[in-house]
Design a protein around this ligand. Structure first.
Ligand code: PLP
Length: 451
């Protein structure tokens, strides 16, 4: 990989920081952050640089999104060039070649007949779009009573009202519970520490968790269910890898009852698991996939729904002449995002980054599982270039041990992510072996320090 020259101001200084009061930060403890801010001011390849000039190794690819590493020259150049050629074009009743080119290139990477693409600007928007598409599809099929969605406990599908409703992380739902979508149920999470602790790859036990779908079908009638949406590997809730046979069983039950299966691949797409998508890794093909993050290497926001051709055609053919799907965003297929997406896919291809992730998987798993036996480590889960290290919660203070461990790692030069008491790692796919060692070495020391 290229030698890094960090992008950062010549002499960064906290004195130069603006007022912190006015900004309401997302998913952040605002009061605590503003008392002791953590600021990044530059990034290149595998590293960030902080406002006080420290290098921090990126163990999380930003937020699971900078899969090709930071500030890649060809992506930067593509964005810069496009900004000078055409900054914006309206996506309603107008088009521009780059968005079609990107859709075509994506469709070649996608599994089976998942070969159509609708652009959004984020994973959340992709999820809400997919849910609307499912409803539009069943209307087009003359089955408008299929309006129920099934999500899964501990699932994360972004922050739109649709995604929040099908999502299953309680903390994300409780402030809004009064107004979430009404026709939603949840499958149980697949996490089973008693049988599957310290699994490498897919855990052996738990395919039968999929049978809960049969119970929901018995309760509501299969012909009232529009779609099931799950993350193939749940990321934000703390890295939950699907048990062997689980996804296959879910697919079979959906097929039996004609229910659409949506994989939310916002995290699992673009090489994260050592394959293009989780659908390829696990050999289970959904009817729709939501993607975002690695699509543009996060350099410009962009998301998408990828769907099977028959769904697209059904909605079009059932519609009167004119607009077929009353949905879209001002920035759908934005020229800068499309340019960034094309440059990103080119890097993935030319550097073989998905294959690279696959080839590092076992080194990565060895390094992660070497933390077994450290104080409070109750589980380690790995797949592809993802690891979750679960720590025992402090009595009455869930999440504080995880957060303290994250802070310690940050202070000692490695960016990890904590969700409750699970530490998640998901580095850019350009990571080197000695950087993997550095990540887990630093994490191990932090775990000891916060014991
Ligand atoms: C599985 C999944 N779906 C949806 C989202 C939401 O994406 P965004 O934050 O781009 O709206 C995320 C974000 O982490 C995610 O992990």
């Amino acid at each position: 990989m290229a030698t890094e020259t960090l992008n950062a101001p010549a002499s960064p200084s906290t004195a130069a920081l603006p007022s912190l009061e006015e900004l309401w930060m997302p998913f952040t403890a605002n009061r605590a952050f503003k008392r002791a801010p953590r600021m990044f001011v530059g990034a290149k390849d595998m590293h960030y640089v902080t406002a006080d000039g420290r290098r921090v190794l990126d163990g999380t690819a930003g937020l699971w999104c900078v899969n090709a590493g930071h500030c890649r020259d060809s992506i930067t150049a593509a964005i810069r060039e496009q900004a000078g050629v055409m900054d914006y074009a309206p996506p309603f009743q107008m088009g521009h070649p780059l968005e079609f080119e990107l859709a075509q290139q994506l469709s070649r990477m996608l599994p089976a007949d998942v070969d159509h693409v609708f652009f959004s600007n984020s994973g959340s928007e992709a999820v809400d779009t997919a849910l609307k598409m499912a409803l539009a599809y069943w209307q087009s099929k003359g089955q408008p009573q299929r309006a129920r969605f099934i999500g899964r406990a501990r699932g994360y599908h972004g922050v739109g009202f649709g995604g929040t409703a099908v999502g299953g992380i309680e903390a994300n739902r409780k402030q809004f519970a009064a107004q979430l979508l009404p026709l939603v149920d949840h499958l149980p999470a697949t996490h089973d520490l008693s049988r599957n602790a310290f699994s490498r790859g897919q855990p052996a036990h738990g395919a039968e968790f999929a049978d809960a779908l049969e119970q929901l079908i018995a309760k509501h009638g299969g012909d009232t269910i529009a779609a099931v949406i799950i993350e193939p590997v749940a990321g934000s809730t703390g890295v939950l890898v699907p048990p062997k046979g689980y996804l296959e069983r879910l697919r079979a039950i959906c097929d039996q009852h004609g229910i659409l299966l949506i994989f939310d691949e916002v995290i699992t797409g673009f090489g994260r698991l050592g394959a293009s998508f989780a659908a390829e890794k696990f050999g289970v093909i959904p009817d729709m996939m939501t993607i975002a993050k690695g699509l543009t290497n996060a350099a410009v926001p962009m998301g998408a729904v990828c769907l099977r051709g028959p769904i697209y055609r059904s909605v079009l053919e059932a519609s009167a002449a004119g607009i077929e799907f009353f949905h879209g965003y001002t920035y759908s297929g934005h020229p800068l995002a499309a340019a960034a997406g094309l440059a990103t896919l080119e890097i993935y291809r030319s550097e073989g980054l998905f294959e690279r992730a696959a080839s590092l998987e076992s080194y990565w798993a060895d390094a992660a599982h070497a933390l077994k036996g450290l104080p409070n480590v109750i589980d380690i889960r790995t797949i592809g270039l993802v690891a979750g290290v679960e720590l025992a919660a402090r009595p009455g203070a869930v999440g504080t041990r995880g957060f303290d461990t994250f802070l310690k790692c940050f202070e000692t030069g490695v960016m990890v992510r904590s969700t409750a008491d699970t530490i998640a790692l998901s580095p850019p796919l350009i990571v080197e072996k000695q950087q993997i060692d550095e990540m887990f070495d630093t994490l191990g020391k932090a775990i000891k320090a916060t014991a």
